[in-house]
Design a protein. Structure first.
Length: 256
């Protein structure tokens, strides 16, 4: 975490040097870090993680001066943020069928991973959609629907064709590619016959957004969300607080 404040710390050190004070740089860094805790994380575009993040923020004492950087992004950028941009931890998402390739990449980059959740996607629909009356969907039910898709989920070491071969697509579906999560709920609510494949959402978000989620019989593709960090990294108190909130939210979704 030292390099995240490299400019600030360097300027403080120079000020002390010029004024004739001689302090240990390592001691000064630790002291300043203790004065201003930091929490930096990259995550996939997943509503259950965002919900856990809001719970985490509410648990932080309001009198603490905490520097927080929370970025929704894809797997490759999450890895890059750890290696180059000072993020100590991240969460990545990948299809379990490609786990071997992802774990090899993680190891090659000098990182380690820990499983957070393995799940099947659900179809996310507006609660007014006719399909909301069904408990379980089929791909045929979604024929002719418009699917909202995040367009930057692909990785360079797996071809787009191979990646899509292991995904599930209803017949005659039209795809709309999104590159940020903010508009997806508006599109689902306002564009008829629209859906998304997503990880299960907390009931609170579904009610707030006027949405529903349904499993699909044929969609048995498994995905995994995994925490990543440098091999030698030790989780901070804030990291652990966030993960506690995340696991609590996850545990409410496992029986959906």
């Amino acid at each position: 975490m030292f390099h995240l404040q490299s400019f600030f710390l360097t300027m403080v050190y120079l000020e002390w040097f010029v004024s004739g004070r001689h302090f240990s740089m390592e001691r000064d860094i630790h002291r300043l870090a203790e004065q201003r805790p930091m929490f930096h994380i990259s995550i996939p575009r997943a509503s259950y993680i965002t919900y856990a993040f809001t719970e985490f923020i509410q648990r932080i004492h309001t009198n603490k001066d905490v520097r927080i950087n929370y970025q929704e992004t894809n797997t490759m950028d999450a890895i890059e943020n750890i290696l180059q941009n000072g993020f100590p931890i991240g969460i990545i998402r990948y299809p379990v069928v490609f786990e071997k390739e992802f774990l090899e990449l993680i190891e090659k980059k000098g990182l380690r991973s820990e499983t957070i959740w393995q799940f099947r996607n659900v179809a996310l629909l507006t609660e007014d959609d006719p399909l909301a009356e069904k408990e379980i969907l089929t791909l045929q039910d979604l024929e002719g629907y418009k699917e909202l898709v995040h367009g930057d989920v692909y990785v360079p070491f797996i071809s787009k064709k191979e990646y899509n071969r292991h995904s599930v697509q209803p017949p005659k579906v039209k795809r709309i590619y999104l590159y940020e999560r903010g508009s997806q709920f508006d599109l689902l609510r306002n564009v008829p016959s629209t859906f998304m494949w997503v990880s299960p959402l907390p009931e609170t978000i579904l009610k707030q957004q006027g949405l529903c989620q349904r499993y699909c019989e044929e969609n048995k593709v498994l995905y995994k969300d995994a925490l990543i960090c440098r091999e030698e990294y030790v989780l901070s108190g804030l990291d652990k607080m966030f993960l506690d909130a995340l696991f609590q939210v996850r545990d409410t979704l496992t029986d959906i």
